[in-house]
Design a protein around this ligand. Structure first.
Ligand code: DX5
Ligand code: ZN
Length: 210
């Protein structure tokens, strides 16, 4: 399992392409942030702008959107491996999970900092992974909220073998704390992509937790 997954959040298709070019051959998994300007106050590039990215990466698509079910066909079209939607964005997670099952995605639900992990208790058997947000979603370079880490052991108690990720605010200062709390993987946006050498920054974070 890859432990640090680089995250790209941009509304600029050119920047998206450039970032992917930099990461080619240096990461198996790639986390792509998709936003609709409604669930979060920010927007992103469209899924189709990922083009042939799935030939080079295992794509994990983080849908920070209302009505995530409407995006699943496009996720399938671009060859996504894992799709993440927010517990806060839907009334019936089961319906979305069932559709995801039909497309054959790995199924993951994200929880925002104020959302208790126990909100997911009744769906956890259907999930491959769970994403604990370390910041309120929508933007990179925000400060990590350490209180969210108590959710990791709560989730682990609910399901021993579920993959637990953390997303938002992960950098040199916070990465050890997150893995110390028991996450399996961490997404890192600005700590990788907003540096002069993203590949070296990614390797450095990986080394810090090895
Ligand atoms: C936050 C996004 C994150 C973001 C991480 O809304 O879901 O994936 O790209 O960026 P950093 O690591 O800078 O917080
Ligand atoms: Zn994300």
């Amino acid at each position: 399992m890859q432990r640090i997954i680089p995250a790209i959040l941009t509304a600029n298709p050119e920047e998206l392409r450039e970032n992917m070019e930099i990461l080619k051959g240096h990461t198996k998994w790639l986390h792509i942030d998709i936003m609709d300007g409604k669930f979060v106050p920010n927007t992103s590039a469209n899924l189709f702008e990922l083009g042939e990215a799935a030939q080079f990466f295992h794509l994990e698509i983080h849908l920070m959107v209302e009505h995530p079910e409407k995006y699943l066909e496009d996720c399938s079209g671009i060859g996504a491996k894992r799709v993440i939607f927010h517990a806060e964005a839907v009334d019936s997670p089961e319906v979305v999970l069932q559709k995801m099952e039909e497309y054959g995605f790995q199924k993951e639900i994200a929880v925002n900092p104020p959302t208790p992990a126990l909100k997911l208790a009744s769906y956890i058997e259907k999930l491959d992974a769970l994403l604990v947000m370390g910041v309120n979603p929508g933007f990179q370079q925000q400060e990590f909220i350490p209180d969210v880490l108590s959710k990791v052991s709560e989730i682990r108690r609910l399901k021993q073998d579920v993959l637990i990720g953390i997303d938002g605010g992960i950098n040199e200062q916070t990465v050890k704390q997150a893995f110390g709390a028991g996450v399996d993987y961490a997404c890192a946006g600005s700590a990788v992509m907003k540096t002069s050498d993203p590949v070296a920054a990614l390797k450095h974070l990986e080394e810090m937790i090895s």
